[in-house]
Structure formats: structure tokens, C-alpha cells
Design a protein around this ligand. Structure first.
Ligand code: PLP
Length: 358
């Protein structure tokens, strides 16, 4: 890894082989070269998600797919599962697109539990549920498989954001029965930002067919029409697609299960060092702590997280800051993408040394 070394929570460090793919000469997206690129990358994304469902490339970040869900999937009302800043924003985006939103809210750092979703859905007339698998703001990984089962038991459509977990933790779209599984590429896939993808179920496409006022750019039926021709309705971000294709090759070369296991191993190590050796506290409920980032609370030790990160930056290590109201009291060590044990060992040794100056 080059200096400064990145332990961010996205965008993250991008390998040279992946960055170089973005420097290729361009061609028209209506050319046979583009069809080859598109038809090559879609099966790789499907392999990543363990799905045979239609999978689309969106010329936007993940927020664009939230908008697409709001307009194509939610018929009248969504139940929004909220336990941090991103899950809250997903609900806000649905509301901003004119749909009703009911909220199931847990305190920051706590997971959304299946029994809580079950109770909420029993009393609700929502036709869709928004879930963020890995709440990047607090480092909580929600029990996705179990939450999806509850959605399917209630016959409501699931819209699942796997932005900061995909390629870093297991996600089985078809086996678990996820309707919309969406992500952008700048986290564990370690691709420069500007591209997002989603797998879409048949019942979601039926909803899109019926949807009124769904706009044009994020119309799922239109995306499907072009998907069937290995193309996209508008000009796609070709450099990012090249980069994503390469990043996926590298992941499959290492072995997807090995990549998940590496994320878990590295993240467990960060948590252990930060708590046992440095005396910090893990912010989320440990049973539901993320394996792609560690949200560490500095409050109990009376240390200002912003000051600590400034000192780390001066030493050449960029660690993710706390999110929003947690900026002064937490920091987030990202281990997304190509972060290895040796990298975190080195960074944590420096952090331990820096702590001596407080
Ligand atoms: N969802 C989660 C869990 C995130 O962490 C983020 C960004 O950090 C987003 C959604 C927003 O994604 P994007 O910036 O790709 O629109």
C-alpha cells in the first residue's frame, strides 16, 4: 500500500491493476466492444451475489438506486429499518420521492432484530421494507438472512443496501430471497466511485411495470430492456466498469470465501487490539459488530477522536472519522477491500505510540 495508508470506509485504497483499467481508450456504448464488456461483467456481479436474477448497472452511486427503489418498488408505503445515518437516509430518500414511510428505529449501535421486524410488519400496511445490511455510520451488521425471511413470511418486498458489506461478508441473494440487492463499488470492491449495481427480482419488475411517475433515468423496466441487449439506456461509466470487472477477477482469484474470511480476521484483530491493548470501547453491540469496519468509541478514555486521527494523519495513516454526531467520540477503522493483517498491525502499532502523547 502507498503512503498515506488508507483505513477509510469508502472510497478506499485502489490497487494499481484496477486503477490502470480506467485509463483505457474509450469506445461507443453502442459498439460491439461495449456489449462484450457488459456481457462479461454482469455474470461476475451475479456470481458475487449468488444470483441468477437480472442485474443492472446504474450510472450513479448507490443513492441513485435508493431513488430507483422509491419510484419503482414502493407502491404506497415502505417500512424503513433505521439504526444509523445511512439507513435513516434511505427512508428519507423514499419520502422525498413522494411515498409514505413508517420507521422501525433502534438506537445507534444496536441491530435490527428479526422479531422486531416481525412485530412491526404484523401491525403495518407497508408493501416494502428498506434494510441497510451493514450500517457504516456505527459499524453494526444486521442479521440479514433472518430479516429477509421475515419480509418473505409477510410477503413484502425487500430493498437491501449491501453497500459496505458486499465482497466483505456473505450475501446470498437467491437462497435468502432478496428482492433488490443494491451496492456501489467504492467500498469492499475497492473500485473508484461512480458506479452502482443491483439485482432485481421478478416481482419487483412487475411493480416497476405498473409504477406511475417513476421517471426515466432509474426506470427498472427500461434498465431491463437494455439489460437484455447487454447495454444500458444512457451512457454508462465505461472506465469504472472496466475497473469493476478487474476488481472482481482479483476477488475470484483470491476466492470469494477467502476474501470474506480475510475481512473477518482483520476486523477481529483491529477490535481486539483497540479494546484489549488500547483500552477503547467497541461502539456497536459486539454480537452484531461489522466485519468490514470497526467503530471504536474514545469517550470512555476521554480522548478526542478528531485529535487522534489528525495525529495519525501526520504519521501517514488515514483512519475513518466518526460519522455525524459521533465525530468527536468515535473513529472507524475500515478494512474494506485490500487491507491485510500486516497493514493494520503497522497502523495500530503507530496508534498505540500516538496514544502516549495524550
Ligand atoms: N449506504 C451505505 C451503507 C453507505 O455506507 C453509503 C455511503 O457511505 C451509502 C449507502 C451511500 O452510497 P453512495 O455514496 O454510493 O451513494
Amino acid at each position: 500500500m502507498d503512503f498515506p495508508k488508507l483505513f477509510t470506509v469508502g472510497p478506499v485504497y485502489v490497487r494499481d491493476e484496477v486503477r490502470e483499467e480506467m485509463g483505457r481508450q474509450m469506445f461507443s456504448h453502442r459498439s460491439s466492444e461495449y456489449v462484450d464488456l457488459h456481457s462479461g461483467v454482469i455474470p461476475k456481479i451475479q456470481k458475487l451475489l449468488f444470483t441468477k436474477k437480472p442485474t443492472f448497472i446504474y450510472p450513479s452511486s448507490a443513492t441513485g438506486i435508493w431513488e430507483s427503489c422509491a419510484r419503482n418498488v414502493v407502491e404506497k408505503k415502505a417500512l424503513s429499518c433505521v439504526n444509523g445515518a445511512f439507513s435513516k437516509r434511505f427512508g428519507k430518500v423514499i419520502e422525498a420521492n413522494g411515498k409514505q414511510v413508517e420507521v422501525l428505529e433502534k438506537p445507534m449501535g444496536q441491530p435490527i432484530l428479526p422479531e422486531e421486524l416481525d412485530t412491526a410488519l404484523s401491525k403495518s400496511d407497508a408493501d416494502s421494507v428498506s434494510i441497510v445490511h451493514n450500517e457504516t455510520s456505527t459499524g453494526v451488521m444486521n442479521p440479514l438472512k433472518e430479516l429477509i425471511k421475515v419480509c418473505n413470511d409477510h410477503d413484502v418486498v425487500s430493498m437491501v443496501d449491501v453497500v459496505s458489506s458486499v465482497a466483505g461478508a456473505p450475501i446470498y441473494v437467491d437462497k435468502w430471497g432478496i428482492d433488490v440487492c443494491l451496492f456501489s463499488v467504492q467500498k469492499c470492491l475497492a473500485v473508484p466511485p461512480g458506479l452502482a449495481c443491483a439485482s432485481i427480482s421478478e416481482r419487483v419488475l412487475e411493480r416497476s411495470e405498473r409504477a406511475k411517475n417513476k421517471g426515466y433515468y432509474f426506470d427498472m423496466k427500461l434498465l431491463e430492456k437494455y439489460h437484455l441487449k447487454n447495454n444500458t439506456p444512457a451512457t454508462p461509466p465505461i472506465p469504472q466498469i472496466f475497473a469493476l470487472s478487474k476488481a472482481l477477477d482479483l476477488i475470484f482469484e483470491e476466492g470469494l470465501e477467502n476474501v470474506w474470511a480475510r475481512h473477518k480476521r482483520v476486523s477481529d484483530f483491529v477490535k481486539k487490539r483497540c479494546t484489549e491493548d488500547m483500552g477503547f470501547t467497541l461502539f456497536p453491540d459486539p454480537e452484531y459488530a461489522s466485519q468490514t469496519l470497526s467503530c471504536i468509541s474514545t469517550k470512555e478514555k476521554g480522548i478526542n477522536a478528531k485529535e487522534l486521527l489528525a495525529k495519525m494523519k501526520a504519521k501517514g495513516y488515514i483512519v475513518g472519522s466518526g460519522y455525524g454526531e459521533l465525530k468527536e467520540t468515535t473513529f472507524r477503522v475500515g478494512n474494506m477491500g485490500n487491507v491485510y493483517m500486516g497493514d493494520v498491525e503497522e497502523m495500530l502499532d503507530v496508534m498505540q505510540e500516538v496514544l502516549g502523547s495524550f
